[in-house]
Design a binder for this molecule. Structure first.
Ligand SMILES: [Zn+2]
Length: 447
């Protein structure tokens, strides 16, 4: 190998002072049916060549040759697709039912233990990219950067750092920043943008002045950061739309049967403007749809997949908090919300928003190892979304929304090799995604 490198350097005439490039290894995923993330039909008998961290070519058996010496990974019998995105996760929480206790007991371990464990669980579930919406600033950036540098395994994270809101809730100042006036709003957004966040998360904007909301959105856009906004209450949505928020989160409005007409009219007005690009909406819906099911059929809560990376004592504490899932305050209204979800999801869809897969992963009972496939399953099997649309809401569209579609989101030449493969036909049986056979991120195989 060394002789080959020296020979190559001699041939290319590269001087000895040039830094040597990292040696590239070629991998080939061969044989499976590829859903590439674009809207065309699946590619049978696919061949995907990976050089280093990047996809170099995509074709079919018989027309795209596998180079001699490549590491061949057979995907025969499998569906091959872009690594999934989850557009709404919380890596600082991992399923514990009591947030107050969680922060007090574990905040000192967020950066060193909890967030890395969450990111690893996501990756092992086939989620190669995740948008982390709300966390302490330095910890969020540090964990993201350690993953990007290859120091720890995990999903590629797109982090917001702290929630920007009217006032933090008691004892949450580490990850919720209140703003007092438009100048303060701009200063806080500048601070997190300078620190390197990927996105700005707005919450409780119905408690802010309209000038403050506009200041947050305008300042974020000045730095090229998309703004995502909580949308549980009608006035949060109205203000977000007026200020130019890029993506709304949640299928909210509590137990109300649907979105009011004036809001739907505002959304339609916004989605009619092609020049503004799509209006995105992440509905995190599976946690609400599945609460009663998991409460009554709790075997999934015993799956050790969610213990990955967590110390035994932390696992024991989480399990204890979930002893009486029927009594969790967080979910007491969920049974009454559940019947309203399908209508709200459909209303948004028909108003022209581009819905994205996101889960609120990390909330009570919602482990990072299981949330994302359940959201896809809910969309397809409960909400009637066709599988390709659901998969593109977890691959192609998130990469566009985060402005990284030049490198992520599809299986095509020139993109990072973020690829998963699953035995069986995912287009017919979407829940196969609960057990991913192959996970490759940036060319490195993790599963
Ligand atoms: Zn959330």
């Amino acid at each position: 190998m060394r002789a080959v490198c020296f020979a190559l350097i001699a041939v290319l005439g590269i001087g000895a002072t040039q830094p040597s490039r990292p040696s590239k290894t070629t991998k080939a995923l061969v044989g499976g049916t590829l859903i590439d993330g674009f809207a065309g039909p699946p590619v049978q008998n696919s061949v995907i060549l990976i050089d280093g961290d990047t996809i170099s070519a995509v074709g079919q058996v018989g027309s795209l040759a596998v180079p001699a010496g490549a590491e061949v990974i057979s995907t025969e019998g499998m569906t091959v697709l872009p690594g999934l995105w989850d557009m709404h996760v919380h890596t600082m929480i991992v399923g514990h039912a009591d947030y107050g206790h969680w922060d007090t007991a574990y905040m000192p371990q967020f950066e060193s233990v909890i967030m890395p464990a969450a990111a690893k669980q996501l990756l092992m579930a086939g989620v190669t990219s995740a948008r982390d919406l709300g966390g302490p600033l330095e910890a969020s950036i540090a964990v993201r950067d350690r993953i990007n540098a290859g120091k720890i395994p995990g999903s590629t994270l797109y982090v917001s750092g702290p929630f920007i809101q009217h006032a933090p809730y008691p004892n949450t100042d580490a990850y919720r920043w209140g703003v007092t006036g438009p100048d303060d709003a701009r200063a806080k957004v500048k601070k997190i943008a300078d620190a390197g966040v990927d996105v700005v998360k707005l919450i409780d904007q119905d408690q802010m002045t309209m000038d403050e909301v506009r200041a947050v959105v305008d300042e974020a856009h000045k730095y090229g950061k998309p703004v995502v906004a909580h949308s549980h209450r009608p006035e949060e949505i109205r203000r977000g739309l007026l200020a130019g928020v890029d993506c709304f989160e949640h299928t909210g409005l509590a137990t109300a049967p649907g979105y009011p007409d004036d809001i739907l009219a505002m959304i339609r007005e916004r989605t009619a403007k092609m020049s503004l690009g799509p209006l995105y909406w992440t509905p995190p819906i599976e946690g609400l749809l599945n609460y009663e099911y998991l409460r009554d059929n709790p075997e999934a809560l015993d799956d050790p997949a969610w213990h990955e990376g967590l110390p035994d004592a932390v696992v024991a504490d989480i399990r204890k908090s979930l002893e009486h899932t029927d009594r969790l305050p967080y979910f007491q209204l969920t049974a009454a919300r559940r019947p309203t979800l399908a209508n709200k999801f459909k209303q948004l869809r028909e108003a022209g928003v581009v819905q994205l897969i996101g889960t609120d992963s990390g909330i009570p009972m919602n482990f990072h190892s299981h949330s994302t496939w359940r959201e896809l399953d809910a969309w397809v099997n409960v909400l009637g979304v066709d599988p390709i649309t659901a998969i593109r809401a977890a691959t192609y569209w998130p990469s566009v929304a985060m402005k990284v579609d030049a490198r992520v989101g599809t299986v095509s030449a020139g993109k990072y090799a973020d690829i998963i493969a699953v035995r069986g036909d995912v287009l017919r049986y979407i829940s196969l995604l609960q057990r991913v056979d192959v996970v490759v991120k940036h060319g490195v195989r993790y599963r």
